[in-house]
Design a protein around this ligand. Structure first.
Ligand code: TXA
Ligand code: MG
Length: 344
């Protein structure tokens, strides 16, 4: 099921995709669950395997800027074409753009929107696979809907192994957190999801203030498109099953006995003789923290602990994406949030 990504495995993987089957593959962000994006039947298998609501659109992956036309409309307005061109230095890389879709992309991929999210991943295995595919590959993160994204092949196998034709193993993901999603159909462009490419780097390139890129949907000026981007804002929880709190919220009076602790620094307080401790970096290095975060959440989630206590970081640069994921993971745990979907 899991195969090292050698030439034969890559060819088999492309053949499975061509036949309308699912293949999980590594990217620099997280592992993706891929299907031929031009094949609505194949894409339906992604939604079934993940238990994903049909209202949540998928990101489409291509091998190169030359192939963006597999997914993007061939009638982009000139200024949008210029924007796409100006972002080319970030590719291959963890940037997804939302642009008008090509008519060949079926409704199921975009949840019926006229826009599509597209990216060129920077992992050599993903690029080799996409190069063998004469079609674009739709791929959400390869986890059951709302669970923590996978950053190695074993994570995919654990939950989705029985539902895919093959898992290509390309080792642990370098970034460890999903791509940054930038909508180009809003004026000015807007970050819909913080991710592995920092908003600061994007703002530099687009010559816009960070706050403009990060403004909430309600303040987006592209009124015509704000309804369209709403499905991209669906709450995804990335949640472990174990309740999670932030270190600064810990109430020593009510701490349960079996606690897991994820620390970002060597100097972080432990609070208790924690049953399990994962240290993601010595000095708060955000790249290292992002790289190890999902694996740490998954690992501790298997230990039957009563509570996970996790450090926090400044919401700047990569810290914005890290805190976004942690907040979503914590949400279900918060008192008064009975409105949120419960697992188990
Ligand atoms: O790093 C990543 O982006 C990974 C790897 C596998 O490439 N993929 C990923 O996909 O994170 P997924 O399905 O877990 O997240 C896709 C999100 C959707 O939930 C939605 O928020 C947004 O992308 N999205 C996709 N198409 C969109 C569109 N047309 N308009 C607005 N948002 C869109
Ligand atoms: Mg996901």
């Amino acid at each position: 099921m899991i195969r090292p990504a050698d030439t034969a495995a890559l060819q088999d993987a492309a053949a499975w995709l061509r036949r309308g089957e699912l293949v999980a593959f590594p990217t620099e962000t997280v592992y993706g669950l891929g299907a031929n994006a031009w094949d609505a039947h194949a894409v339906a298998k992604i939604f079934a395997a993940k238990g994903r609501p049909a209202t949540n659109p998928l990101i489409v992956h291509v091998a190169s800027v030359d192939r963006l036309g597999y997914a993007i409309s061939d009638k982009l307005p000139a200024e949008m074409q210029d924007l796409v061109q100006s972002l080319a230095p970030f590719w291959p890389g963890p940037l997804t753009i939302v642009v008008p879709r090509h008519r060949r992309i079926p409704d199921i991929v975009t949840a019926g929107l006229d826009t599509v999210g597209v990216r060129i991943p920077a992992h050599p295995v993903a690029l080799a696979l996409l190069n063998l595919c004469e079609f674009p590959v739709a791929a959400p993160s390869a986890n059951p809907s709302n669970y923590v994204s996978p950053t190695c092949a074993a994570h995919v196998e654990r939950e989705l192994g029985a539902k895919v034709a093959m898992i290509l193993d390309g080792g642990p993901c370098q970034a460890g957190i999903e791509s940054t999603i930038l909508s180009l159909v809003e004026h000015p462009p807007r970050v819909l999801r913080a991710g592995a490419l920092s908003a600061e780097e994007l703002a530099d390139r687009l010559k816009l203030p960070v706050a403009t890129l990060l403004r909430p949907a309600s303040q987006a000026s592209g009124v015509k498109h704000s309804a369209q981007s709403a499905p991209g804002q669906l709450p995804e929880h990335y949640s472990p099953h174990t309740p999670l709190v932030f270190a600064h919220e810990v109430d020593m009076q009510t701490l349960p006995s079996r606690v897991g602790r994820i620390v970002f620094r060597a100097t972080s307080p432990l609070f208790v003789q924690a049953a399990e401790i994962v240290r993601l970096s010595d000095d708060g290095d955000l790249r290292q923290i992002a790289r190890g975060l999902f694996a740490a959440l998954r690992e501790l989630d298997q230990r039957r602990l009563d509570l996970l206590i996790v450090d926090t970081c400044e919401e700047e640069g990569l810290g914005l994406a890290i805190m976004d994921r942690l907040r979503r993971a914590r949400q279900r745990t918060r008192p008064g949030r009975a409105d949120l979907p419960q697992k188990d």
